[in-house]
Each structure stands twice: as C-alpha cells, then as structure tokens.
Design a protein around this ligand. Structure first.
Ligand code: KIV
Length: 271
C-alpha cells in the first residue's frame, strides 16, 4: 500500500494566521507550468499570475494589452504545476473597470477555467463595487494600491507613489476600505516604507510589498527580475538572486559551438 504524504495547502486563512504570528509571506510571479512547479516545490507561499506577463512573456511595454483569455491560459498552466501554494490571478485591464457585473463575469471565468484560488484587482474606492460583488460570489480578492501599472498613462511614470500627503491619505483610506469589504490582503507597490508600515499596522489583513519596504507582512517580486532573466530592469527595491540571462546565454553558446564542431551528439548520445 502506498502512503500518500499529506500536503498542507496554503489558504487565505493561512496568510491571516501568518500575519498574526509575524511569519513573513513569500510571493513570486509565475506564468507557466515548469516554473510554477519549481517555485511550489521550493516552498513559495503565494504565486501570482501577474499581468506583468504582458511585459515579460509577451514583450509589451505595459500591462494594458494582455487579455482575459491570455491570463486564463497562463493561470491554467500555473495551476497544473502546483500542489501546495495559493494561486492568485491578476484581473487584466478592461476586465473589471467598466462595471461590477462585467467584473464578476471576468472573475468567474478565471476561477472556472483555471482552477485558481483568488483574484487581484488594482485600485481602491473607484473599483470597490466590483471588489464587493466578486467577494459576495465567494471569490477571494486581494487589492493592489500604490503604483498600479494599469494606470501608467494616468501617472505618466513608474516613480514612487504616495509621497505627497493627499495621495498617502487616499491610499490609507483605500486600504481600510478594501479590508472593510472583505479582501484577504493588499499588495502595496512602490510606496514609502514608513507609509507601508503604518498601513500594515493599521489593517488586520496581510500587506504584501513590492518596493514598499521591510515592514509589510510579505514580499512579492516578478520572477524574471529576481532570477536575472530581465537584466535591464534594476530598480533599487530589486534583489537579483541569479543571473539567469548569463547562464542561459552561456549554455546556448556552448550548445551552438558543440553542434558546429560536430561534438554533439557523441557516440553515447545516439541510437
Ligand atoms: O503583475 C504583477 O507582476 C504584479 C506584481 C508587480 C505585484 O502585479
């Protein structure tokens, strides 16, 4: 008889308990089966199928072009690679801003067609009806405040947000609103560390930071940035753990050389 090892799955309740106990939450983006499998087996807590797929997978300049169908394709691939972590899927630009009915229909498609566990939406008060409606259908939602890349043409730059008091105040009230309507967490992107600390202490749901300092309840990075696949992007907040660009490029150059000199395949590599 084979004994199946029981896997303790991460849920939104787990994240809540982690905040309460002070255990930091690790989150990374993933867009495909193979990397999702590596990250899950390495023990990541949360995987985000980010709409940054628009940049790092499709080569677009912004996150705006990616479609709901494309996000669903990425998310379904990620889900097939995981066993333990919580998978959150970004709702792409245009799939939730027009009204809450469209937002719910988009979230339902994501949940039904991918098997993911939660969705993420950018914005606070301006999308609150959509957030409420999705949550009322039983779909867990995590918010995203600060630098929200889907609004890049409104901001004009990818600079740090909420440095001015008016914007910081809006962020404070948006975070409380997202907590009040039942979000299970909030991503805080590129805001001053002390503002992120204040919000983290004020709200009871976990905050996950990216460029928001050390006081958040967890951290998220884009996998292509932290693995050094995308080497041109070097913001101050990024810690690069590998230089995969160099390693992959070196391996490919070696392969080309081996083929050219008829070194590959060898006798032992043929039938
Ligand atoms: O799309 C994404 O990768 C994100 C993270 C930067 C938080 O939203």
């Amino acid at each position: 008889m084979s004994v199946q090892k029981e896997v303790r799955k991460i849920t939104t309740n787990t994240l809540q308990r982690m905040k309460a106990s002070g255990e930091k939450i690790s989150m990374l983006t993933a867009y495909d089966f193979s990397f999702a499998k590596i990250f899950d087996e390495a023990g990541i807590d949360v995987m985000l199928v980010g709409d940054s797929a628009s940049n790092v997978m499709a080569g677009h300049e912004t996150t705006l072009p990616i479609t709901l169908d494309q996000m669903i394709y990425h998310a379904a691939s990620v889900i097939r690679g995981i066993n333990r972590c919580l998978v959150v899927v970004d709702m792409p630009f245009g799939s939730y801003q027009s009204n809450s009915e469209i937002a719910l229909a988009s979230a339902i498609r994501i949940m039904k067609e991918t098997g993911a566990h939660a969705v993420k939406l950018e914005g606070g008060e301006e999308v609150i009806d959509s957030v409420k409606r999705i949550i009322s259908a039983g779909i867990p939602v995590i918010g995203h405040l600060g630098l929200t890349p889907q609004s890049i043409y409104k901001f004009g730059t990818y600079n740090v947000r909420a440095k001015e008091e008016t914007e910081a105040n809006k962020l404070r009230s948006d975070a409380e609103l997202l907590e009040e309507v039942g979000c299970f967490g909030v991503v805080l992107e590129k805001i001053p560390a002390m503002l992120a600390k204040e919000v983290t202490e004020k709200i009871s749901i976990p905050t996950i930071g990216i460029g928001a300092g050390k006081y958040c309840d967890g951290q998220v990075l884009v996998m292509h940035d932290m693995l050094g696949i995308n080497t041109e992007f070097k913001p101050r907040f990024l810690r690069q753990y590998l230089n995969l660009y160099e390693q992959v490029s070196g391996a490919v150059q070696q392969y080309i050389a081996d083929v050219k000199k008829n070194d590959f395949p060898s006798e032992s590599e043929q039938y």
